[in-house]
Each structure stands twice: as C-alpha cells, then as structure tokens.
Design a protein around this ligand. Sequence first.
Ligand SMILES: [Zn+2]
Length: 59
Amino acid sequence: MVRKEFKCQRCGKRFEIEVFEQGEAETKNQPTAPVQCPNCKSTYIEVVRVVSTKARSGR
Ligand SMILES: [Zn+2]
C-alpha cells in the first residue's frame, strides 16, 4: 500500500488515501479501484504527491 495525496480536479478538494500500487494490486489479484473524491464523488483526480510508502526492510 502507498498513501498518496490527491486533488480533485472538479471541486479542488485535497485528500489522502491509501491505494494499492499497480504491481501490488495485480499480485494480490485485486481490482484497482478508481480513486473517488470524498466530497463530490468525482473520479477526475490528480495525484499531488506520494505521502508515504511502506518501507522495505534493508536496502
Ligand atoms: Zn471533488
């Protein structure tokens, strides 16, 4: 899982959601659900930045 900050292109609301990374979703056989704005339910979402990723142990 990776926590990303999104910005709604419709109402401009910013929010953070944990989403599966593409490769991760495939591995776990889960559908990549479209990110939806909690305010206006729009799926027209832009990724602002990656907030945090699950750090892997070691390098
Ligand atoms: Zn919105």
